[in-house]
Design a protein around this ligand. Structure first.
Ligand code: AMP
Length: 415
């Protein structure tokens, strides 16, 4: 899927290309056409999934061919729970709208309100604001809500957590009846559903259920290791855990063949299945795996598509796939039909891009589990340690926001 197939204009596509985004993320593929259709949208998406672009891009597109706003009026209002998020979203609006005649600004506490009042007076199309400062501007008659066409509630679950429920209700009461409302939240909790009930009109729900369902059923573990020691670690894991059957994934046919030689040398019965092998050879290998004479089956992504073996206890990714959806297919080979399964990925420092893409596609962050005796020596993996957030999760590119959240918790409320 390419951005150019989502119905976005040339000016936006140019800005996206400048950001270096090759493909839309899962939430973008679903949310962009939904928002462009003009419907209300309620989407479950966590930080790091590309959710900001999922609403900013189509909202900017909606402003094309519209007359500029009058003084003190805005067409698009984006509400965020924290100052840090407001600043980040406003920056995204600026970047994505650089080739459009759109004016935008941010309004949040900690910065003198006078400059924000001045900016609103000079005509703004898109305003990104925290709830407290937004109402402050309204009460000072620096802002008029009558021309608002689109309202976005970003990280709505955090707004409730931070106690902004009353402010949200008041903002809602001030909005024009006819408008498009978008709500993004990490989860659809009961509280969020209740909040959305009165504010959204027959919204399209976006949950990326297919991906998340597979992913939820499987325990996922990432072991960082030097690339040169992956086969050694694989043999160590197979000997330590003694799973009755394991499906191992290799990105290349040559890699799969090499692994089989190494496993056999270590006394582990194994066989490879990939596109270079004849149909007859593949059938024999699969039969051997089914009847238990082959303990470890090493497969490439394409060859694995035809494998139908239920209830595998374990899948091991010796390397991470380039395409995030392949990861979901791979781990979907275990934990089937409600059986518990584990998916282990051996991650080396040259695979950070793939890891981030997978995290984005499945909407969650992995934690790295180091194995004694196999600690990675390379700098890039150790950098992952610096990037652990307060929950011990690996944070490939969301560190600034986590910090922001920690500060936000301390400050508690923003005005
Ligand atoms: P968000 O979930 O909106 O906080 O985005 C997380 C990060 O992903 C940000 O650094 C974005 O710039 C980046 N991003 C958003 N969409 C894409 C994409 N399609 N490809 C690569 N990176 C992206």
């Amino acid at each position: 899927m390419l951005f150019s197939t989502l119905g976005l204009c040339e000016e936006l596509l140019k800005a996206i290309a400048e950001q270096g985004y090759a493909r839309p993320s899962a939430i973008q593929v679903t949310a962009i056409p939904a928002v462009l259709s003009g419907r209300d949208v309620m989407a479950a998406a966590q930080t790091g999934t590309g959710k900001t672009a999922a609403f900013v891009l189509p909202v900017l597109q909606g402003l094309m061919n519209k007359a500029p706003c009058d003084s003190k009026q805005v067409r698009v209002l984006i509400i965020t729970p924290t100052r840090e998020l407001a600043a980040q979203v406003a920056l995204s609006v600026e970047r994505y709208s650089q080739y459009l005649p759109v004016r935008s600004c941010a309004a949040f506490g900690g910065i003198r309100i006078d400059s924000q009042i001045e900016k609103l007076r000079s005509k703004v199309d898109v305003l990104t604001a925290t709830p407290g400062r937004l109402l402050d501007l309204f009460d000072r008659q620096a802002l008029d809500f009558t021309e608002i066409e689109v309202v976005v509630f970003d990280e709505a679950d955090r707004m409730l957590e931070l106690g902004f429920s009353k402010e949200i209700q008041r903002i809602h009461s001030l909005l024009p009846m006819v408008r498009q409302t978008l709500m993004f939240s990490a989860t659809f909790s009961t509280a969020i559903k209740t909040l959305a009930k009165g504010m959204l009109n027959n919204p399209q729900l976006i949950e990326l259920a297919g991906l998340n369902k597979t992913v939820d059923a499987v325990k996922q573990v990432i072991h960082p290791v030097d690339k040169s020691r992956k086969s050694e670690l694989l043999i160590h894991l197979l000997k330590t855990h003694r799973w009755p059957q394991v499906l191992v994934f290799s990105r290349t046919k040559e890699g799969a063949d090499r692994l089989v030689i190494q496993l056999e040398q270590a006394g582990i019965t194994s066989a490879a299945i990939h596109a270079n092998r004849s149909q007859h050879a593949r059938t024999l290998v699969l039969d051997g795996f089914r009847n238990g004479t082959v303990k470890v089956l090493v497969a490439t992504d394409i060859a694995s598509r035809g494998i139908d073996i239920s209830q595998l206890p374990c899948v091991i990714n010796v390397d991470l796939p380039y395409v995030a959806e392949d990861y979901v297919h791979r781990i979907g080979r275990t934990g089937r039909a409600g059986a518990a399964g584990i998916a282990i990925s051996l991650f080396s420092d040259d695979e950070t891009k793939q890891l981030v893409a997978i995290e984005r596609a499945i909407g969650r962050k992995f934690s790295l589990e180091r194995i004694p005796g196999f600690m990675p020596s390379k700098k890039a993996v150790l950098k992952g340690e610096d990037d652990e957030d307060e929950y011990g999760n690996f944070e490939a590119d969301a560190k600034p926001r986590r910090k922001g959240r920690a500060n936000a918790r301390k400050n508690h409320r923003n005005r």
